[in-house]
Ligand binder design. Structure first.
Ligand SMILES: C[S@@+](CC[C@H](N)C(=O)[O-])C[C@H]1O[C@@H](n2cnc3c(N)ncnc32)[C@H](O)[C@@H]1O
Length: 261
């Protein structure tokens, strides 16, 4: 693991206890809706596009940079309500992150809701660097990455290398949720004030780890624009199935499939 990733890992290790609380606080609870949105959209469309593929096989879903498991929580909740859409397939879910303390929280949270789903859904916990993971080639059908890719040392390299390597070449989808680099647009002064000052203030009051929340803002400032990220996907051999802002100026959803044509 490179030094950049080592620093990020220890930062997430140190904020894990207040991570969920701060997420909900800083987004006014909207982060819950954002994850619900991408999970629902991706699972519905996965079922439509790949309905005939490998009917008998278990569906393998990886939540990469899973943090405390909130995306998986939404996946389970969706399957509970709409199980038929994926034809009662048996599902293997991989909760993967390089921060052990984050994954421990995810396990505690998911153990509580998975109890009655044993058999149909199996959750595996994986501690690994997303950029050099332990997943086998072509082994994953759906990849979720929510608010993770801006923490990777090289997004370009991740998309064309590791992500493409682990995704099933015939029937897979990647669903990525990420902030927008609002700092590219000088006109959005309100959001910039929010990021530059308000987040620091809330972090000071509620988290005691101001550095981590300064990193949050810096990582957004450093992030490529939506257009650049879209280009990285296409240059890496993906087709964008869907792209759009799910919260104006703040959060983007990228749904990509491998371009086999
Ligand atoms: C902002 S949090 C997002 C967590 C979760 N997906 C969510 O929606 O709340 C970023 C997570 O990515 C993890 N992470 C960052 N870089 C990583 C890498 N290279 N490999 C694995 N996990 C990584 C961190 O440990 C952290 O848990």
């Amino acid at each position: 693991m490179d030094n950049f990733s080592k620093n990020i890992k220890s930062m997430f290790d140190s904020i894990c206890g207040r991570y969920d609380f701060m997420n909900h606080l800083l987004s006014g609870g909207l982060d819950i809706y954002w994850r619900k949105n991408i999970v629902k959209y991706s699972l519905l469309n996965y079922a439509k596009i790949f309905s005939d593929c490998d009917a008998g096989k278990r569906l393998k879903i990886a939540d990469i940079a899973s943090g405390t498991g909130d995306v998986i929580k939404e996946v389970i909740s969706f399957i509970n309500k709409n199980g038929g859409l994926i034809k009662n397939k048996q599902i293997d879910i991989f909760c993967a992150d390089f921060s052990l303390p984050m994954v421990k929280i995810a396990k505690r949270k998911l153990d509580e809701i998975i109890l009655h789903k044993k058999g149909l859904i199996r959750i595996n916990y994986v501690i690994c660097d997303a950029q050099n993971s332990c997943f086998k080639d072509s082994s994953i059908d759906m990849v979720f990455i929510a608010f993770g890719i801006r923490n990777f040392s090289n997004i370009d390299k991740f998309l064309s290398g590791e992500l493409k390597r682990i995704m099933n070449k015939r029937r897979s989808m990647a669903a990525i949720l990420e902030f927008n680099n609002i700092f590219n647009y000088r006109i959005f002064a309100f959001f910039q004030i929010y990021y530059n000052y308000f987040i620091a203030l809330l972090a000071k009051i509620f988290s005691k780890n101001i550095t981590a929340y300064k990193y949050l803002v810096d990582s957004i400032k450093r992030l490529a624009s939506d257009e650049e990220i879209l280009k990285m996907f296409t240059d890496s051999g993906f087709k964008i199935f869907n792209y759009g802002k799910i919260f104006p100026f703040i959060v983007t959803r990228y749904i990509a499939i491998i371009n086999n044509s």
